[in-house]
Design a protein around this ligand. Structure first.
Ligand code: NAD
Length: 256
């Protein structure tokens, strides 16, 4: 379905980003990966699908490095047809104890990076009259939790950004949407489970059950594979007129 297209997925060396990159690659899209950690493992996994795989190590908090990433995608892959703004970080603390540098980093990586990539990807998409921008927001883009002020602000922000750019592109072949996962068992969430276990003097399994029970009525984690398939749907022609949505896949979290 996506043969001949290129998908650029930020923060795709692990977790949701890697799941989305793999799902798009299985549909035939070439993939540009980005992120830190075990880059070779991610590249090898995506390459197994038979598509062409690139990588750029831009730090998504740095606009100049983001411009380099977009230039690399343009030069080596003819530009991003599918842009998945996924890179994200979390920090949990009450607002009066929230380190200002953590606030700035969360806003830069979770929100501003999507502005910097989208701004540079749109002209090519418009020229080709086909494009997909998929912003990985969160259930926290729709509702809040205590102690996550920066994250909730960034994710509400990206939902707003999604709607605005969807309106600007509404008469073109470019669609812009957000997906809003509930809990997904990735390193980002494992950290929170481990902290909960340590603070409560409980087992990691118990902490995991409590975390799900508090927010996610299905009591099941959403998986990177399921989110990948949602991204595939948004890239299909059936989704040509899906514009500006913030689509939750959250086990019922925001239905409460
Ligand atoms: P993760 O920690 O597994 O992956 C994050 C990815 O972003 C990694 O590839 C990491 O290397 C990369 N990254 C981090 N900082 C970066 C930076 N400065 N520059 C470039 N890359 C950077 O986390 P995840 O859970 O897969 O999160 C992915 C996205 O999904 C995030 O935007 C997160 O907010 C969102 N999300 C996660 C959950 C969840 O439950 N895990 C729920 C809702 C939304």
């Amino acid at each position: 379905m996506l043969k001949g297209k290129t998908a650029l997925v930020t923060g795709s060396t692990s977790g949701i980003g890697l799941g989305v990159a793999l799902a798009l690659a299985r549909q035939g899209a070439n993939v540009v990966l980005n992120g830190f950690g075990d880059v070779e493992a991610a590249k090898t996994e995506v390459a197994k699908t038979g598509v062409r795989v690139g990588y750029h190590g831009a730090d998504m908090s740095q606009p100049a490095q983001i411009a380099d990433l977009m230039a690399y995608a343009a030069k080596d892959f003819g530009g991003a047809d599918i842009l998945v703004n996924n890179a994200g970080i979390q920090h949990v603390a009450p607002v009066e104890d929230f380190p200002p540098e953590k606030w700035d980093a969360i806003i830069a990586i979770n929100l501003s990076s999507a502005f910097h990539t989208t701004r540079l990807a749109l002209p090519g998409m418009k020229q080709r009259n086909w494009g997909r921008v998929i912003n990985v927001a969160s259930a926290h883009g729709l509702v809040a939790s205590a102690q996550k002020s920066a994250y909730v602000a960034s994710k509400h922000g990206i939902v707003g950004f999604t709607k605005s750019v969807a309106l600007e592109t509404a008469t073109t072949g470019v669609t812009v949407n957000a997906i809003c996962p509930g809990w997904v068992l990735t390193p980002l969430v494992q950290k929170q489970i481990d902290a909960r276990a340590a603070q409560g003097g409980i087992s990691v399994e118990q902490a995991q059950r409590e975390l799900l029970g508090e927010k996610q009525p299905s009591l099941q984690f959403t998986t990177p594979e399921q989110l990948g398939e949602l991204a595939v749907f948004l890239c299909s022609s059936a989704a040509d007129n899906v514009r500006g949505v913030a689509w939750n896949m959250d086990g019922g979290w925001v239905a409460q």
